[in-house]
Structures are given as structure tokens and as C-alpha cells.
Design a protein around this ligand. Structure first.
Ligand code: MF3
Ligand code: CO
Length: 247
């Protein structure tokens, strides 16, 4: 069931979403060669709690940290640890904050020091995929137009879209209906309505679309070892467009 939010509920979501936006910028400002992903997790948790919110990834389905930190070939759900970031790496930070009874959710991929041209293009195209999806996103848009736009832009650039992970509705629960895939056929799926709140989150792979999960039960990696990037915002469907809450 898709929950349509009232303006009052949307107003309550503004704060957790602003905290997600700021926490991503804060963590991004700390990324440099030599820092560990565990240190980024600690900084994010401290920051989110300092704003009176709960880092709601922590404990979600048993997830052991406040952020996901996915390095290079890791697509999503990388568990922070003693891994030291090195110049040339890219790291996707995905985090959620819970406050006022609602969750906010967002992700960004950051370069560590100087990175290759291929990785720069991958980060750029992944964010562009998000904006392509927003070009025609408003009340009445068929749900799978989002994935169709993401997939088209990724594939036109020689990249691929992972099939096993998707965007989602969000609100009082971190994951609500509908599922928002990053691939699909234009003109299909339910029609989005004013007041639906969803996370649009392109996860783009430099090589083949195949993924697998590591033995930790969480970390999704590319099957071919090529890098992946992630860009996510929480947004409200409006009559005339999308109102982004995490920017
Ligand atoms: N923030 C992620 C999302 O986009 C959820 C991460 S799973 C968790 O849906 F277990 F880490 F919370
Ligand atoms: Co999400």
C-alpha cells in the first residue's frame, strides 16, 4: 500500500531530510586518503545524534553501522570498518536519519584524492541519471518512467544498471511501497500521485550489470570488479514536479 503524505507529514519529514543532506556534506568534507570507513561512520553517527536524530540504518534488519560506505567495486551496503581509503578510491556514503517520526534517506559518491577519468565520469553520469529521471517527474508520471530514464542515460554512456537494488517509498518506515527500480519500460507502472514520498537512487555500474553479495551478508559488489556509484535523494511528488527534501 502506498501511503500519501499530508502536508503536515511532509513538513515533519523536512528536518530528518535536512539532517541527511547536512550529514552527507559533513562526512564528504572528512573524506581524504588515510581515513578509515569506521571513522566516517563514527563521525556520521555523532553528527546525526548532535542534531537530535537517530541514525536509522543502525540496527535496521541487523545492519551493524550508521552509514553504508561502499568503496570502488562495492555497490551498496558496504559495512564500515578498518579499511583505509586511498587516493584513487571512490566511496559511496548512504545514510538515513529518523526524527519527528519520519526517516530521511540519501547517498552521494565521493572521490578520494585524485581519481581516474573513468571514475569521474561514473560519478557524474550517476548523478545525471537522477536528474534525467526528474525531468518528467510529477503527479501522473508512470512509476517506471523513472527507471527508464535512469537506464537510458546509464547505457548511453556505456554503463549498466544493477537490477537487484532499487529506490523505494519512505516515511514512517525507511522502506515503504512502491519499489522504484532503476530500469524499466516508459509508460508502465502505477501513476505517481501528489504527496507520495519516494527515494530515487541510481546505482550505476561501470561494467556489467551483475552483482553478488559478500560473505558478510550485506556488501553488494560488482561481479566483474569494476567500480560502481550511487546518488540518492528523498523527494515529494507534486502536481508540477518533484520537491527534493535532501538537497
Ligand atoms: N539507505 C539505504 C537505502 O537506500 C538503506 C541501507 S540498508 C541499511 O535504502 F541496512 F543499511 F539500513
Ligand atoms: Co534509499
Amino acid at each position: 500500500m502506498i501511503h500519501i503524505k499530508s502536508e503536515q507529514e511532509i513538513d515533519a519529514m523536512r528536518e530528518p531530510c535536512a539532517i541527511v543532506r547536512d550529514a552527507l556534506a559533513y562526512v564528504g568534507s572528512k573524506i581524504r586518503p588515510g581515513i578509515t570507513t569506521a571513522e566516517l561512520d563514527r563521525l556520521a553517527e555523532e553528527y546525526i545524534r548532535s542534531r537530535g536524530a537517530i541514525p536509522s540504518c543502525l540496527g535496521y534488519c541487523g545492519y551493524p553501522a550508521s552509514i553504508c560506505a561502499s568503496v570502488n567495486e562495492e555497490i551498496v551496503h558496504g559495512i564500515p570498518g578498518e579499511r583505509v581509503l586511498r587516493a584513487g578510491d571512490i566511496v559511496s556514503i548512504d545514510l538515513c536519519a529518523y526524527k519527528n517520526g519520519f526517516h530521511g534517506d540519501g547517498a552521494r559518491t565521493f572521490p578520494v584524492g585524485e581519481i581516474s577519468e573513468e571514475k569521474k565520469k561514473l560519478i557524474r553520469v550517476t548523478e545525471e541519471c537522477f536528474w534525467k529521471a526528474l525531468e518528467n517527474l510529477h503527479a501522473g508520471t508512470p512509476l517506471y518512467d523513472i527507471g527508464a530514464a535512469v537506464q537510458k542515460h546509464a547505457e548511453e554512456n556505456g554503463f549498466s544498471v544493477v537490477r537487484e537494488y532499487s529506490g523505494h517509498g519512505i516515511g514512517r518506515e525507511m522502506h515503504e511501497d512502491p519499489s522504484v527500480p532503476n530500469f524499466g519500460k516508459r509508460g508502465t507502472g502505477i501513476r505517481l500521485k501528489e504527496g507520495m514520498v519516494i527515494c530515487v537512487e541510481p546505482m550505476i555500474l561501470a561494467g556489467s550489470r551483475k552483482s553478488r553479495v559478500l560473505a558478510d551478508g550485506w556488501t553488494a559488489v560488482t561481479a566483474d570488479g569494476k567500480p560502481a556509484a550511487h546518488y540518492e535523494n528523498t523527494l515529494v511528488i507534486r502536481e508540477d514536479g518533484a520537491e527534493i527534501l535532501t538537497l
